[in-house]
Design a protein around this ligand. Structure first.
Ligand SMILES: C[S@@+](CC[C@H](N)C(=O)[O-])C[C@H]1O[C@@H](n2cnc3c(N)ncnc32)[C@H](O)[C@@H]1O
Length: 389
């Protein structure tokens, strides 16, 4: 395990540099870094150890489960800030500031930094370190899980994020309510490659498709795992995500549910995916629900109290769908795929324009992917759902 002494932040920082140099030296003689960090399964045991007064004062443990790999190379930190194009009038949102290596540099460039950090120990170190530099008036720290925190207004995001929350965090940013200029994120290299992938690339998946709908992603630079303390198992890359000025006019719940279906087996043809009995049954049920919803909406006597009665009725109706009904509905689906030239295509090779066109063809024919009854009840989107596979 890695022990850092945060008695003074200066000492803490010099230790960080010392440790990194040690690790660098070690890594020249062996191909692996030797800095250790707590494994998730060790957390209980380690937490107890941490809880003793002496250890709380003397040591800072870095938890693998919280993605606590600190970026210590000043050249790289400077490059990240420079490439983020921070303006002196900007409010920057930083997720996971840790001990503040990036935060201090952001504070020097921006008007204000709002940092969201889950670990109270890190927050304490961060406050001390920023106060020592006299920059505390421009820093606001929210000690909370970034996935549960409400994001304030911000112009930019610049962050070395915990890799465990990469997917939901990117979704929360690009599908969130806050408009922003760009998000410069340090991500696990494989994850970054997926975000950057294009149709036909082996890494191209639903995540890339969903992000591309609303944002452009640009590669900034690779960062070796040796630049972190402690050294993680994987290399990293910095990418810049820029929300698009013009987003296609599509129902997002419908789009996410559609891409979930298409990419459920990303290397299968769409014909094979959509012909599965379970899928046909599910879509038939949704089509009936959508149809019934429209009928109810156009009915002057519509009464919300009938909602439960209606769904129960439809559930029974869909589950009792006859073989003939299923066959006809399957033919309808296949007909749409054929007409659009999609039956033999694989989703991982289609552009967003092609996918949007296919969704349009389905919807036009009364085939929907998202439950219209559920959609009525839910106030907002489930961000993480946009990325769950
Ligand atoms: C990869 S470290 C980056 C630290 C610092 N920015 C740096 O570059 O040295 C990730 C940081 O995110 C924090 N963190 C982990 N999970 C979090 C979450 N769900 N919400 C907010 N912060 C989180 C960790 O405690 C850690 O300080």
């Amino acid at each position: 395990m890695l022990l850092l002494k945060p008695k003074s932040t200066q000492l803490c920082l010099s230790r960080l540099i010392f440790w990194q140099n040690c690790l660098r030296n070690l890594s020249t003689t062996s191909s692996h870094c030797s800095g250790k960090v707590h494994d998730e399964e060790d957390d209980d045991k380690d937490q107890k150890f941490c809880d003793t007064k002496e250890n709380q004062q003397d040591h800072l443990y870095l938890y693998k489960s919280k993605g606590q790999h600190l970026l210590t190379n000043t050249r790289i930190l400077d490059a990240i800030v420079r490439r983020s194009n921070v303006r002196p009038t900007d409010t920057v949102l930083e997720i996971g500031p840790g001990t503040g290596n990036l935060t201090v540099k952001l504070l020097e460039a921006a008007k204000r930094v709002v940092a969201i950090e889950i670990d109270k120990r890190m927050v304490d170190i961060l406050h001390k370190r920023v106060a020592e530099k006299g920059l505390q008036d421009r820093l606001h720290v929210i000690c909370k899980d970034a996935m549960k925190a409400e994001f304030p207004q911000f112009d930019l995001v610049v962050a070395n994020i915990p890799y465990g929350i990469s997917s939901p965090l990117v979704a929360k940013l690009v599908y969130g309510r806050n408009p922003f200029r760009s998000a410069t994120l340090l991500l696990q290299k494989e994850f970054a490659r997926r975000l950057l992938a294009k149709p036909g690339d082996s890494e191209f998946n639903r995540l890339a498709v969903n992000v591309k709908l609303v944002a452009d992603v640009e590669f900034v630079m690779d960062v070796s795992k040796r630049e972190f303390l402690p050294c993680p198992k994987v290399d990293s890359s910095v990418v810049m995500i820029r929300p698009k000025a013009q987003v296609p006019d599509v129902n997002l719940d419908e789009w996410w549910a559609f891409t979930r279906t298409c990419f459920s087996k990303k290397n299968k043809t769409l014909g094979a995916t959509f012909k599965q009995k379970k899928k046909v049954m599910e879509l038939l049920k949704l089509a009936k629900t959508a149809m019934a919803c429209k009928d109810y909406e156009s009915d002057d006597d519509y009464d919300g109290d009938n909602e439960q009665e209606k769904t129960d009725e439809e559930d029974g109706f869909a589950s009792a769908a006859s073989d003939l009904e299923m066959t006809l509905f399957k033919e309808k689906i296949v007909g749409i795929l054929r007409t659009g030239g999609f039956e033999d295509k694989r989703p991982s090779k289609l552009s967003n324009e092609e996918l949007l066109h296919l969704l349009f063809l389905f919807n036009q024919a009364g085939i929907y992917f998202h439950d219209h009854v559920l959609a009525k009840g839910s106030d907002n989107v489930e961000f993480a759902a946009a990325y769950s596979s």
